[in-house]
Ligand binder design. Structure first.
Ligand SMILES: [Zn+2]
Length: 122
């Protein structure tokens, strides 16, 4: 499983098998995570504020994506500024949870190295 696949499937960065988020999805707690990986025991909440960096990851990714959406609406579709931002706001509302969860998964995969032999060491 590649790093991109682990990020989009919300899988543990070390083993690639355990789920990062508690299942099933609960809209009241969209970022609820187990304390550690159910497969390899990697701690998902190692210290308070660990996911602070995920906010910057989210900012970088969404900033460029939102700029592209506005550019597409205004330059290609010839929409007005108000229409373009209306579409952007709708897009942001529809993808909010996905973006927040992806940012944490991206941060975790950047910070923790994948180990193909984790089960051999154990
Ligand atoms: Zn794991």
């Amino acid at each position: 499983m590649s790093i991109i696949s682990r990020i989009f499937k919300y899988k543990c960065p070390r083993c690639g098998k355990g789920d990062i988020y508690t299942q099933p999805f609960n809209i009241k707690e969209p970022l609820a995570m187990p304390e550690k990986c159910e497969v390899c025991d990697l701690p998902f909440l190692p210290q308070p504020g660990y996911y602070y960096g995920a906010m910057f990851m989210s900012y970088i990714v969404t900033g460029w994506l939102y700029l592209a959406i506005i550019g597409f609406c205004m330059l290609i579709m010839k929409m007005s500024v108000e229409q373009s931002f209306g579409i952007l706001i709708l897009f942001v509302i529809l993808t909010y949870f996905k973006t927040a969860r992806l940012a944490r998964a991206l941060w975790l995969n950047v910070m923790v190295k994948h180990d193909k032999k984790w089960d051999v060491i154990k």
